[in-house]
Design a protein around this ligand. Structure first.
Ligand code: COA
Length: 258
């Protein structure tokens, strides 16, 4: 595996750092392949309960797809580059929670990657945008679909049609960033949040994420019905039996992930 994505484990949290700081961590094919490789390894690693994605350096989370790879490309070449499995869908469907730790520019494919995560925690210095319009392009990593679901059609239209960047405070106001912290506190605060999530039952986290993701696809009545089925399915897990016994016994639960 090349070195464009670095993995460090902090307790039960795996931190994946996209490492192309001289290119503002632009998403090359190599970055996408390396990210998929790391996620495949983490998926089956029981020692990891949650994943944090960030960018190397002080300036950028991810400044978008690597524009140099677009130059002279045919539509068929581009279609091949966008073949499944796509990193955005893999993150959205990943069976463990994935948190974007947004330390700077969060543009284009970077913003789409952040939107594929379950939570977006941003530095006050972060800048968000979908600037593809300035390249004669539209967002191609799910931005036209995930952005309106997060911030509403009007705000999504504004960002996609103007290509303008917005700061972290405005991103939080419209629902694109979930938490915003001072730049030098970002890592500690994000890891604190990730560690709290990773301390829960892995099997219950998986089911909870699946239920919330379903809300993006299903009509309300079907979603409520699906939630009821998943809720009842939890009664088959050892962790649910343990959680209830621990509460009644006034002691902390010990999760087994079964
Ligand atoms: N793809 C490829 N290279 C990129 C890149 C991208 N998306 N974003 C930045 N880079 C490269 C620059 O070409 C430059 O490389 P160089 O030093 O070899 O010339 C380096 O990263 C630093 O970027 P630079 O533009 O000099 O930094 P800046 O602080 O002046 O500007 C941005 C920062 C983010 C405003 C600017 O880099 C930018 O607009 N990037 C493209 C954003 C974009 O359109 N993303 C969507 C792509 S579909």
């Amino acid at each position: 595996m090349a070195d464009t994505v670095l993995r460090e484990d902090e307790g039960r949290v795996a931190v994946l750092t996209i490492h192309r700081p001289d290119k503002l961590n632009a998403l090359s094919q190599q970055v996408r392949d390396d990210m998929l490789g790391h996620l495949a390894a983490i998926e089956t690693d029981d020692s990891i309960g949650a994943v944090v994605i960030t960018g190397a350096g002080e300036k950028s989370f991810v400044a978008g797809a690597d524009i140099s790879e677009f130059d002279g490309r045919s539509p068929m070449d581009q279609r091949h580059a966008m073949r499944s499995p796509r990193i955005f869908d893999v993150m959205a469907e990943f069976p463990k929670p994935v948190i974007a730790m947004i330390n700077g520019f969060c543009l284009g494919g970077g913003c789409e990657m952040a939107m594929s995560c379950d939570l977006r925690v941003a530095s006050e210095k972060a800048r968000f945008g979908q600037p593809e319009i300035n390249l004669g392009l539209i967002p191609g990593g799910g931005g036209t679909q995930r952005l309106p679901r997060l911030v509403g059609t009007g705000q999504a239209m504004r960002l996609i049609l103007t290509g303008d960047m917005i700061g972290a405070a405005e991103a939080k106001e419209i629902g694109l960033a979930d938490r915003v912290f001072a730049h030098d506190e970002l890592r500690a605060k994000t890891l604190e949040l990730a560690a709290k999530i990773a301390s829960k039952s892995p099997i219950t986290l998986k089911v909870a994420k699946q239920a919330v993701r379903a809300s993006e696809q299903l009509p309300l009545a079907d979603g409520i019905s699906y939630e009821r089925d998943l809720f009842c399915l939890c009664f088959s897990t050892e962790d649910m039996a343990e959680g209830v016994k621990a509460f009644l016994g006034k002691r902390p639960a010990e999760w087994k992930g079964r």
